[in-house]
Structures are given as C-alpha cells and as structure tokens.
Design a protein around this ligand. Structure first.
Ligand SMILES: [Zn+2]
Length: 422
C-alpha cells in the first residue's frame, strides 16, 4: 500500500553527476579554508606520492567539517561526493552543480555504482563516507561488506581518509556546540589498482576495516587534549542511554559536565580529558566508547536470544522530493527480528504500509535534534524512491534502534553466508 500523495513524483536519484567545473573545485577549497580559519588542523598525506586520480576516497564521518578537511587534502583535483538526499534538501541545484551524487541511505541503489564508475572514468576522485552517517561516539560505525565488491569492480586505487578530533570538536549528540580541539586528518593510500584486482573481496574488506579503526576519545587521551567547557556532557545521554549500574534503559539524562540515571540516581562526570568518573562507587566504563559497545552487546544478546522487538507511535515526514518534507501525520512503527521495519499509517484518506526487511536495511539513519523538521531525535526509513523521517513518542530510543537494525541485519546475513558456504 503506497502513500496517497497528491503529487506522486519523486526526486530522480538515478542520474549521472556532471563533471565538477574546475572553478568550483577552487571555490570549494577557498570556502573550506575560510571555514577552517582559526581551527588548529593538520592534513597529512601518507603513501600518496604521484597519485593524482582517478581514485576512490573513503572517509570516516563525524561532522560537517570532514568535507572541508577532505577538500584541503584533495585540492586541486576534482571531487564528486556521494550525498544523502537530505543533504540536497532545498539546494538540489547547488549539489547537482558541484557534481554531487544523490542517494538514499541504506537502500540498494544500482545507479549509484554506475555514477561512481562514470566519475572514475573521467579521472576524478570519488569521495564516499561509507559509514553513511555521522559516528555517534567518535568510533567506527557500520561498514557494509558491499564496499569490497565495489572496489573490485572499480579497479582504481583506494585512499582512506581518517579524521581525528572532529567528533570531539562537534559531537553528533551535541553538534551545535563546537569545542576547540586540534584536528588531525590522514589521507592514506591503502590499495593500488593492482591490489583491487589481486585481493579477494573478503581480503579487501578486512584491510578496509583495519584502516577504518578510529577512536576520538583515545585520541583525546593520547594527546592530552582537555575540553574544559562546563556543558561538555550535555547530550551524551543520547548515546549512553542505558545505566550500567541498574541496567535500566532510556532513563539517562545529562547536565553540565554530568551524566546521571534518573532511575537509580547514579552520577558520572565527563572529565576534561574525556574520561568518565563515577561520583560514588565503581566507574563501570571510564572510556565512553566502552560504555557504547557494552550497550551494543546487550542489544545483540536480545536479538540472538529472540527477545528483541520495538513498537511505537511516530510522527512521520516524507522527503520524496528535495523541496519539502511532507507531514504524513501519526503512524505505527514496529521493528522485529523477522519482519524488520513496518510503518503503517493513513494519509489523505488512504492507508499506507512501508516495510524494510532485515536484509534490506543494514544500518539505520539516526538524527539527534534533526535541524530540518523539528529539533528532536528521529530516524529515517528509506525505500528506493522515498524517505520517511519518523519522530518516536518514546524517549531516547533512536540509538538502540540503530544497534538493533545492525544486529538483526548481521544475524540474517550470517545465516545466508552459512547457507552459501555449505
Ligand atoms: Zn541506574
């Protein structure tokens, strides 16, 4: 059952990007340099001598500033970026003009591969952020195995850009408050074109996963970076949603430099060096990413033991085209191990139903305080020609939904692989 749109036309993502005009490559670099002004940063190139293009540039993704740093690292070469449809919101003309490629997150987009190959065949750089969303915790997010196949298909060198400090500078869970942090970006050539031909898909993926390891809190500690702003912990309960003392979920809160559980009352301080410290008793996780990964483990267990399910009423907005979000009203969402996401509602007198099976969605597009519609947490379920932004009624659930999406995908994916290898 489709949504009963007045105008059912959808933005066409299946089109080739233009070649970026060279004056725009220059202009983007100038604007990036202006935005980087006053920010202590270093862009280091490793094993990149003589490499001009074409190549695939895979970058980790923590904040908007990533684009500016990539621009510094790649100038004067032309770069085409793969961008999610909400990046095109109200400025599709601009993104088309600079040669960006539009896609919908976590969908199967066959034309995307064609567009990527077209860019590379022109000798230019194709830049992708394969985690496809800002890292919630300054550590590696989900990397799809399809990357290995893409690299094998493209037969060009692969460069990995790893940004450090960008999460500390603008943590996804409090992106509006920027902090002063020295930034360090490395561009490293990981594979030559010959490697892409020689290595197996699994080998390529394994190398990629190693190259993509990063941890901003470790970077902070190793480099003695202090974040002294008094509100530094505000928002961190969005990713640290489960209390390690009483195990209650979704009852965490934060204020000033503190994180606390409203259920059992335990409190932790986010120290200036980025480590956590309990006000009383044991500090379960001094290292923020350890707490985050502990939560993931708990969700994984719930999924593996068949105990996981989620239902809620959500306020839905669709981004069918790039000019506006269409309010579709309230709808029911359910997320289960067998059926994935099911969204059911009624728009203009007709019922609609959208489903994404577990293997159709390997990770979840989550937004904290999403600026485009209303500044609260939401998540987006995309199909090949539509994107549904859902605002949950239940509080602080989107991080867990993200974990569950990845763990359910992993479970089904492993089953399929096991069957194939029999
Ligand atoms: Zn508690």
């Amino acid at each position: 059952m489709k949504v009963n749109y007045k105008n059912p036309k959808s933005y066409k993502t299946a089109k080739y990007p233009i070649r970026q005009p060279i004056y725009l490559t220059w202009l983007i670099q100038v604007l990036s340099q202006m935005m980087l002004l006053g920010k202590k940063h270093r862009v280091e190139k490793i094993n990149m001598e003589g490499l001009k293009g074409p190549y695939l540039l895979l970058s980790n993704h923590m904040a908007f500033i990533d684009f500016e740093l990539v621009s510094e690292g790649t100038y004067p070469r032309r770069v085409n970026n793969v961008v999610n449809i909400d990046g095109f919101y109200k400025r599709a003309w601009l993104l088309e003009w600079i040669g960006a490629i539009c896609t919908r997150k976590f969908t199967t987009d066959y034309h995307l591969v064609k567009s990527i190959r077209r860019v590379l065949s022109r000798g230019d750089i194709l830049c992708m952020y394969p985690e496809a969303r800002y890292s919630p915790c300054g550590t590696t997010s989900f990397l799809p195995d399809s990357l290995g196949a893409l690299i094998k298909l493209c037969k060009v060198p692969v460069v990995v850009a790893i940004h450090r400090g960008n999460h500390l500078h603008a943590p996804f869970w409090a992106f509006r408050r920027k902090r002063k942090v020295p930034l360090h970006t490395t561009l490293t050539k990981l594979y030559d074109a010959e490697d892409a031909e020689r290595l197996s898909v699994d080998e390529i993926n394994a190398g990629l996963k190693r190259a993509f390891e990063y941890d901003d809190y470790k970077y902070q500690l190793d480099n003695g970076i202090l974040i002294t702003e008094p509100n530094r912990a505000e928002g961190i309960h969005k990713i640290l949603y489960q209390c390690p003392a009483c195990k209650t979920e979704f009852k965490m809160a934060s204020e000033g430099a503190e994180l606390y559980c409203t259920e059992c009352g335990k409190r932790w301080t986010l120290l200036e060096n980025g480590q956590l410290e309990a006000a009383e008793g044991e500090t379960e996780f001094p290292h923020v990413p350890d707490w985050f990964e502990w939560e993931r483990e708990n969700v994984r267990r719930e999924v593996r033991e068949g105990r996981y399910s989620f239902t809620d009423e959500v306020d839905v907005y669709s981004l069918r085209r790039t000019d506006k979000f269409i309010p579709l009203g309230n709808a029911k969402i359910s997320h289960t191990i067998e059926d994935g996401f099911v969204l059911e509602g009624n728009y203009r007198g007709a019922d609609f139903r959208v489903q994404r099976m577990p293997l159709e969605i390997n990770s979840l597009h989550v937004e904290y305080d999403f600026p485009h519609i209303k500044p609260y947490d939401c998540f987006d379920i995309s199909t090949e020609d539509d994107s549904f932004y859902c605002y949950p009624t239940k509080e602080n659930v989107v991080t867990k939904l993200g974990f569950a999406t990845e763990e359910i995908y992993r479970l089904h994916y492993e089953k399929i692989r096991a069957k194939r290898n029999k």
